[in-house]
Ligand binder design. Structure first.
Ligand SMILES: Cc1cc2nc3c(=O)[nH]c(=O)nc-3n(C[C@H](O)[C@H](O)[C@H](O)COP(=O)(O)OP(=O)(O)OC[C@H]3O[C@@H](n4cnc5c(N)ncnc54)[C@H](O)[C@@H]3O)c2cc1C
Length: 378
């Protein structure tokens, strides 16, 4: 990219979000349709994959820029934002650890304009514990033969390429895990039916089944045994900030909608906004939203300056922002009363979308444990 400044990227994203993404969001939610039009719109504007860095660029697209961009998209359509974040995770894994041949095939241009990426870590029996995955990749000649399954994978069946965490050496625990880039049309790969989720309904979550799936050895990302580190850098180091930014965007939208409604809704000749009880809720929503944005910016800044702190900062930002978005969207429903419980008024979608972010990537319980352990050096 390199031609747009951070402010220009933010402003362009905001404009597209308001003019194009927001008007489509309810239909995408209700029809559960994958938002290809939104993706193509963002591609056309040069925003899709803008986070991929290139040597000649004049500014570094860091996590603060990423969080700002994702937040703008999420304010309009959280499903589109989540697909964007999943794609970014794949591009970051290639950027950090892809071989020269892989980078030649999956150039920034290709990843920005043509191909959609998704990441697949979670399995039916592993929960948020990536260390418990069972999907096995066995090297045979010039290919890995992959067997196993993944579940709840965002963009599954739609994406062209998948960053897949596999076990290459079952004897070695975390050191026996690796990451493969698996193409959609690989022999032996199939997809389950789309899950009927409560929210984030535009994202297409499906199972992935690998049955003697043949993956060329050159699709190994980084070295064998380094899967955990690559997932840490790409998924936690970027994806968690993306999840926090989606949550912050949802909270900002819910707050805006509640304020608008409180001023416009007239009961017995008075707007709702004159009542102290409503004012208290609005003030709490404003402060909680700002606190979550401030923590996200602080954590992203720390991670940008000190990459070795990216994991802990990602965990903190994601935990706080995702729980906050549920809380704020819930208050927005309260401010809107019965209207807030109806589809037409959007805040119920925001609540449903926010709820998914408390589960995705890592649940709140795991995040709390991980943060405490990291801080206490356990
Ligand atoms: C909308 C959405 C999109 C997703 N997209 C992707 C994707 O693109 N790629 C991907 O790989 N995965 C994806 N996931 C999967 C996601 O990472 C998992 O759902 C998440 O890690 C939780 O695992 P689980 O659903 O199996 O819950 P479980 O592990 O069954 O957890 C159930 C409950 O038990 C608690 N619990 C479980 N184990 C412990 C423990 N040891 N200590 C304390 N509490 C515990 C949990 O915190 C939770 O409250 C997605 C999930 C959602 C909801």
């Amino acid at each position: 990219m390199g031609k747009l400044s951070a402010e220009e990227i933010r402003d362009l994203a905001r404009r597209i979000a308001i003019d194009t993404l927001a008007p489509r969001a309810s239909e995408i939610d209700q029809k559960r349709s994958f938002p290809w039009e939104n993706i193509n719109e963002l591609r056309k504007a040069g925003l899709w994959g803008v986070s991929i860095s290139e040597k000649e660029e004049d500014f570094e697209f860091n996590r603060v820029c990423f969080a700002t961009l994702v937040k703008e998209i999420a304010k309009a359509c959280a499903s589109t934002a989540l697909i964007y974040v999943s794609h970014t995770i794949v591009t970051k894994a290639i950027e950090y650890a892809g071989s020269p041949a892989m980078k030649k095939k999956w150039t920034p241009e290709v990843l920005r304009k043509k191909f959609l990426g998704a990441f697949a870590v979670h399995e039916p029996d592993c929960g948020s514990n990536a260390g418990a995955i069972a999907t096995r990749a066995k090297k045979e000649g010039d290919a890995y033969i992959v067997n196993g399954s993944k579940i709840f994978i965002t963009s599954a069946g739609e994406a062209d390429i998948y960053l897949v965490l596999v076990r290459t050496d079952p004897e070695k625990g975390p050191q026996g895990m690796s990451t493969l880039l698996i193409e959609k049309d690989s022999p032996g790969l199939s997809f389950g039916r789309p899950e009927e989720k409560m929210g984030l309904t535009g994202t297409s979550s499906r199972e992935m089944f690998f049955s003697d799936c043949r993956v060329p050895v050159e699709n190994l990302i980084g070295e064998e045994g380094k899967g955990t580190q690559i997932i840490g850098k790409a998924v936690i180091g970027w994806g968690f900030f993306g999840a926090a930014a989606i949550s912050a965007g949802i909270a900002a939208s819910a707050t805006e909608l509640a304020i608008k409604h409180a001023k416009e809704r007239i009961i017995a000749g008075q707007p709702l906004a004159v009542h102290q009880a409503v004012q208290f809720m609005i003030t709490d929503m404003i402060l909680e939203t700002e606190a979550s944005e401030a923590l996200l910016t602080a954590c992203a800044t720390q991670a940008d300056l000190f990459p070795d702190s990216a994991v802990l900062n990602g965990l903190k930002a994601k935990l706080f922002a995702s729980e906050n978005a549920v809380n704020v969207a819930n208050k927005a429903i309260q401010v809107l009363g019965g209207h807030g419980y109806c589809r037409e008024y959007i805040v119920e979608r925001l609540f449903r979308d926010a709820r998914g972010l408390m589960l995705h990537f890592k649940t709140s319980e795991w995040l709390r444990q991980d943060i405490a352990k990291a801080v206490m050096g356990m």
